[in-house]
Design a protein around this ligand. Structure first.
Ligand code: APR
Ligand code: PHB
Length: 393
């Protein structure tokens, strides 16, 4: 059986970018549908980062999906860099008048999915063989199969929010694409555990044994990471081995000892900087990881997706409300300007805080000198603070 229906915006991908875009459009009465490959449970089970920029929390408040965020989000007024000489606290509140919020991406995704039915936002989970068609025509469409039936969605626009492995990028011809990539020679080994955090704020530590991050999800749930060689295998890392490393990396930096407990989740993820410089082609617009990847060092993945979606939603709303095409025509330029500034910030922190294989003594001295300069420079601390809390949308 073939089913064909029309909508205004077909959104491919039901992660943070697709979900947030769907809600922003629905809040303005624009018809849209999200086509998601995975099950709802799979999408909601993903463990990702957990720091929201002020602009991202503003978007959640704009659509009124902020009740749990307000109740459970943890205000981050400061950011700490751990160095061999001690902590450098960057007073985000004093330097920017703003703050970041610790609230897991998992929770954001869950809130957006829970709110979808009441807002008339349709999410098709377990859609298979998703394909984009005629994206450079006035009648683009998305096809997929579900429960053995073929489906076709005809739309005015397609939003490619399908992450770094989705089909949207492939719908754009190579002649329209420029790609930039930097793969880092290490990964992050992460652990999530129901133990109280070792510090009240995040600590990004660079020790003579490498990078470590102390983060959190709540007063009783912690998230930690250490850099590891790309050759490391998860099966070689029982939780106790990681707790031992974290003890050493945060000794003398954190205000409390590292509390230990069983891992709720452990994973190793590579680090990459990547930009796919074709965020608009015909009636197709890319947003989020479909267009770019940042290393997690700046906690920017979700926030950059949210910024893309804020720009794209406002452009689509202007098109439907006032017939104004300028936002859509200017989307790629506006989004990429922020993408590159965010890529630079994430790259900068990654280069500053990690030990690169065979980096030599000189680069380490440059890292230490940079940290020493940051420690004494309000201007540098303000620059880091304003980028961490998020540049204005
Ligand atoms: N068809 C439909 N959906 C697809 C397909 C496909 N062929 N391929 C991928 N998807 C879905 C994925 O299952 C996922 O739910 O697209 C969604 C993309 O979501 P994300 O990868 O989370 O990307 P995005 O929404 O841009 O959010 C970026 O999420 O993964 C983190 O680190 C990333 O923090 C960043 C944030
Ligand atoms: C997290 O809490 O998972 C987290 C925090 C900051 C980062 C990356 C991840 O830079």
């Amino acid at each position: 059986m073939n089913a064909t229906y029309k909508t205004q915006v077909a959104i491919v991908g039901g992660g943070p970018a697709g979900l947030l875009l769907g809600h922003l459009l629905r809040a303005e009465g624009i018809d849209c549908v999200i086509v998601e490959r995975q099950t709802r449970a799979h999408v909601e089970s993903r463990i990702r980062a957990g720091v929201l920029e002020a602009g991202t929390t503003d978007l959640l408040r704009r659509i009124g999906i902020d009740a749990r965020l307000n109740a459970e989000g943890m205000i981050e007024n400061g950011l700490n860099l751990g160095t061999p000489d001690g902590l450098i606290r960057i007073d985000i509140k004093a330097l920017t008048g703003n703050h970041a919020t610790v609230y897991g991406q998992t929770e954001v995704t869950r809130d957006l999915i829970d709110a979808a039915p009441a807002r008339g936002l349709e999410i098709v989970f377990e859609a298979h063989d998703v394909a984009l068609h005629d994206v450079d025509s006035a009648q683009p469409s998305v096809t997929y199969t579900k429960d053995g039936a073929d489906h076709r969605i005809e739309a005015d626009f397609i939003a490619g929010c399908d992450g770094s492995h989705g089909p949207s990028r492939r719908a754009i011809p190579a002649h329209a694409v420029r790609e930039y990539a930097r793969d880092y020679p290490f990964g992050w080994l992460g652990i999530l555990a129901d133990v109280p955090p070792c510090h009240d704020e995040l600590i990004y530590a660079t020790g003579n044994d490498g990078f470590a991050l102390a983060s959190m999800r709540s007063p009783t749930r912690s998230r930690y990471y250490i850099q590891v060689p790309l050759t490391e295998r998860l099966e070689d890392w029982p939780a106790d081995r990681l707790w031992d490393v974290l003890d050493a990396r945060f000794a003398g930096l954190a205000s409390r000892p590292i509390a230990r407990g069983p891992a709720l989740e452990m994973s190793i993820a590579p680090l990459r900087s990547y930009v796919f410089e074709a965020m608009h082609y015909g009636r197709l617009f890319l947003a989020g990881d479909a267009a770019h990847i940042v290393p997690p060092t700046g906690a920017k993945g979700l926030n950059l997706a949210a910024a893309d979606v804020a720009y794209l939603a406002d452009a689509m709303i202007a098109h439907y409300r006032r017939g104004d095409q300028a936002g859509l025509d200017g989307y790629q330029t506006k989004a990429l300007a922020r993408v590159w500034k965010t890529e630079r910030f994430s790259w900068y922190l990654t280069e500053l805080l990690h030990l690169f294989p065979d980096q030599g003594d000189f680069k380490r001295r440059m890292q230490i000198a940079e940290l020493d300069y940051i420690a004494g420079s309000e201007a540098m601390q303000r620059a880091i603070a304003e980028q961490f809390v998020g540049l204005p949308l």
